[in-house]
Design a protein around this ligand. Structure first.
Ligand code: TRP
Length: 452
């Protein structure tokens, strides 16, 4: 079924780096460590490992199979595998989700870019160790409506330039440099964090298993995080799958990506929590952790704090950038395939649209906070955050895995996984069980509990 390839990554390493770049994002660094600590440390980690390797990797493999088999972007990929063209809607929903996630990601990335600048110029250091001062600074900055917008635009221009350089020269080469750099940054921060006095308490928070904290909510959080962290369910991995060299082993590649993503999430926890505890702070999650607690932690380190805060925010920008690139690439490739528009035009168009929406979301935190949605009076930013975390990704993942498990022919799946019979697929029966029954049921559960 594969037609002649037009775009591919040049090697297996290129695929792994680009996909790890997509997977490793803000979710690994500011969501995983906190969630892990909150729901019982080591106990949560065990459950998370099961979910991410069994279900997350299953979804990733299914997207790779769909993408490489068809050599198409999501909508056409679904349509070409099944006579009912309505299945294309699943691909479309994935792309819409990607668009919303990208716009929201740009806001957070803009904030982070601003903090890199503030760290380098010593602005953060000048705030001292007064928690109130630091929080006020963040509140004033994020609601100001000017700097968040400028930094957002700077960040998205960089992403656009990388996309315009092409799949191999842009995305692949940048990922091959940035991912090792990211690992280096996180390792340096781990060493610093672990050598602080009292670091053990942070490790205890992160790792010591406390099964009493592992509630049903914790188990679902582990599943949700496993799927979010691997960037599955929105067609991005279908697009990357279509760029995968034909002789790559899909199973091995997915396992490598899953392992790297998980390792970096754990290392991020080791870089953050020992330092937080050592400086006598309470653990927090989300923006509060990154923009309020951590600057304070760095400021207690004296002069070296400037270096470590710069490294940390740089780490976050790198992680966010490779994720944003994958989202913009998926949208660009899809538009390019469906219309006669060139790649450059498609990329610029989605850059403009997602930046405009991102600016609106950024402003909704400040000057436009009076615009609210629904009876809960959510700001636009909070509304899209809900949409992106609770509703859209599980719906898209569920539909994708149902299609894959029940509507794709077994011959297509086996042929693609085994590279036309040239590699062994001893895992196939387990994989089939997971993709037909376990994953759809688990996703349904996440969706229902998320909504109610
Ligand atoms: N995996 C990313 C993270 O951990 C977030 C994400 C979810 C994402 N879906 C995506 C990134 C799709 C790129 C593409 O932060």
């Amino acid at each position: 079924m594969a037609t002649t390839k037009q775009t591919t990554f040049s090697s297996n390493l290129g695929v792994i780096m680009a996909a790890v770049g997509s997977a490793v994002g803000l979710g690994n660094i500011w969501r995983f460590p906190y969630t892990c600590g909150k729901y019982g440390g080591g106990a949560f980690l065990i459950v998370y490992l099961c979910f991410v390797f069994l279900l997350g990797a299953t979804l990733m493999m299914s997207e790779f199979v769909i993408g490489r088999r068809t050599q198409h972007t999501p909508v056409k990929a679904f349509q070409s595998l099944h006579p009912k063209r309505a299945w294309g809607a699943v691909g479309l929903l994935g792309l819409i989700t990607s668009f919303f996630i990208l716009s929201q990601y740009l806001v957070l990335s803009g904030w982070t870019t601003n903090y890199v600048w503030d760290a380098i110029t010593g602005t953060l250091a000048s705030l001292g160790t007064d928690a109130g001062n630091i929080s006020n600074y963040f509140a004033a900055f994020s609601t100001s409506g000017s700097r968040p917008v400028i930094t957002l635009i700077v960040f998205s221009i960089i992403c656009l330039v990388i996309i315009l350089c092409g799949v191999q020269k842009g995305i692949e080469n940048v990922s091959k440099v940035l991912m090792p750099f990211l690992v280096l940054l996180v390792l340096v921060l781990c060493v610093r964090s672990l050598t602080l006095p009292g670091a053990g308490k942070g490790l205890e928070y992160l790792f010591s298993p406390d099964f009493s904290k592992l509630t049903g909510e914790g188990v679902l959080a582990a599943l949700g995080q496993a799927l979010f962290s691997l960037s599955v369910g929105m067609g991005v991995m279908i697009v990357y799958g279509s760029y995968m060299p034909l002789n790559d082993n899909i199973f091995k590649t997915a396992m490598w990506i899953t392992a790297c993503d998980t390792l970096i999430a754990v290392l991020a926890g080791v870089a953050i929590f020992p330092a937080v505890f050592s400086c006598g702070f309470d653990p927090a999650g989300g923006p509060g952790l990154v923009f309020c607690v951590l600057p304070n932690v760095f400021n207690t380190m004296g002069g070296a704090g400037v270096i470590f805060s710069t490294l940390f925010f740089l780490l976050l920008v790198v992680a966010a950038m490779t994720s944003a690139i994958s989202l913009l690439e998926a949208l660009t490739a899809a538009l390019h395939e469906h219309t006669s528009m060139g790649r450059t035009f498609s990329a610029v168009l989605f850059f403009l649209l997602s930046t405009a929406l991102g600016v609106l979301f950024a402003m909704s935190v400040g000057p436009l906070s009076h615009i609210t949605v629904g009876h809960a009076h959510l700001t636009l930013f909070d509304f899209v955050d809900r949409l992106n975390s609770i509703y859209l990704p599980p719906i898209c993942s569920l539909l994708t895995i149902i299609f894959f498990g029940w509507f794709m022919t077994e011959k297509d799946v086996k042929d693609e996984l085994s590279n036309h019979g040239t590699v062994k697929i001893g895992y196939y029966r387990l994989f089939r069980l997971l993709s037909r029954y376990v994953a759809p049921l688990a996703l349904l559960l996440v969706l229902i509990t998320g909504i109610f």
